[in-house]
Design a protein around this ligand. Sequence first.
Ligand SMILES: [Fe+2]
Length: 280
Amino acid sequence: MTIEVRLAGVSKSIRKKKCYRKTNSKRKQSPPRPTSTPVSFPLQRLYMSCKDVFKGIGTVPSPTDVQKLCHILDGMMAEDVGLSRNLQFFKTRSIVGVTPKVACTTIYQSEKFSLCIFFLPANAVIPLHNHPGMTVFNKLLLGKVHIKSYDLVNSSDSNHESISPSHMKLASLKVDGVYSAPCDTSVLYPTSGGNIHAFRAITPCAILDVMGPPYSKKDGRDCSYYRDIPYTTMPYMSGEEREREGYWWLEEIEVPKESEMEGIEYMGPRIIETQTSSSS
Ligand SMILES: [Fe+2]
């Protein structure tokens, strides 16, 4: 069976021996199942656990809940969301001088949490952005990616406020490294763990994101973008101030062009939606 999909702005024909149900607005919704529904595949286990963990605005998962979700995500593979490293997308080389577009597909979304996959062709970038009031789990399913992340420095914990230009926020660098799949899940929290991050694909990548709660402009969780500036470049700082390591300035910027993503259809296994959490 041939399935036409659009990945990163390029129509690609992918031949698969087996295909899962296509998303279709006319598709009949699966009826809610009782809580005794057997949890038979990793994506369903992830969904059921997310329903247990994310209770809405203000929820920050406990260490036990984080461990539970990480355990599921750490064990997940590309095939669990209908992907394969043999897809042409993951074999495509970058074109010199071209910054390719990121594609995104939503597996599930509610007011409490969302499950999405981001597809980054080689050299694609997700610019530095924040996750206000959100906890986010990132699982690199395929590829090799450079990740940089920051947390804002709480001004009450430091004396940086006095030297901070009004349009800049002081941040400490949390992660600046290259990750290759398979690797463990990374977690960011509302005020720690690298809440402001950026991705640059070294090879074509697929990243599974669990966001709780998801972005919501009406609830004050809109996405902001930043430019990072080395701490040492401020001309008026003393020598001692310039020597602080791991500090950067973050300047909020207009929505960058590279942040535009192409929405694509999710074609992996379907979640069976349940009315109540698995533990109730
Ligand atoms: Fe993000």
